[in-house]
Ligand binder design. Structure first.
Ligand code: C2R
Length: 205
């Protein structure tokens, strides 16, 4: 019988979807079905204080999916459903979550309470939801006492929360490093195009 070291195992995107791994033994190859637990899944949880926050958070889910990251979306409130928040945070690591994005507006205690119940990295997104324009949520997130950090993004900064989560994941999932680098290159091309457009506008005056 061949040893595992004699095999080449890879897990392409579509195969991952069907939970299939292809194994090649020199000239022949065959497929085996593996359980979800054995597969390498990158997972981020997005938790928000209310469904009214979702329009701000949806771009974060889209960005994470572009990087092939599985997303768990949860509505839970430290004020209104404290037991649910505790259960969510304490069980997150066992569910395979590696990073938590917590978003809330107003007096936003959600991120801090989640961070109190888990040592997973928590990224905070203060939401503009009151006449204070998000400053209330920003200060609630960012002014965590020493010992329980929440990495706070800009007000409504959902996209950067997703990208920061991918950067954290990339430490243990090197396949993400190239994708992040390509996104930076794309950004450079976009800035160059903007510069050319402005130069053309000014030249036409
Ligand atoms: P509703 O729209 O449900 O009244 O919520 C939510 O994140 C939302 O932005 C208004 C705002 O209250 C926020 N909220 C919190 C928390 N729970 C809900 N800041 C919390 O536990 O921190």
């Amino acid at each position: 019988m061949k040893k595992v070291s004699d095999c080449m195992i890879w897990n392409e995107q579509f195969e991952r979807k069907f939970q299939i791994v292809r194994i090649s033994l020199r000239k022949s190859s065959f497929y085996i079905k593996i359980s979800e637990k054995e597969m390498v899944i990158m997972k981020v949880a997005i938790v928000m204080g209310s469904n009214s926050d979702w329009p701000i958070l949806e771009p974060a889910e889209n960005t994470l999916k572009e990087y092939g990251v599985e997303v768990e979306v949860v509505v839970a409130s430290a004020h209104r459903t404290p037991e649910l928040v505790q259960k969510f945070a304490q069980g997150a690591r066992d569910r395979g979550v590696e990073v938590i994005i917590a978003a809330a507006g107003a007096a936003a205690h959600l991120g801090g309470v989640i961070a109190a119940y888990t040592t997973l990295p928590v990224i905070g997104v203060p939401i503009n939801a009151t006449p204070l324009g998000g400053m209330d949520a920003l200060l609630s997130f960012v002014q965590m006492p020493g010992g329980v950090p929440v990495a706070t993004m800009a007000i409504n900064g959902a996209k950067n929360a997703a990208l920061f989560a991918v950067e954290i994941l990339a430490v243990g999932h090197p396949e993400l490093v190239g994708k992040l680098a390509e996104a930076r290159e794309q950004m450079k091309r976009e800035v160059a195009a903007k510069a050319a457009k402005l130069a053309a506008q000014r030249a036409a005056k």
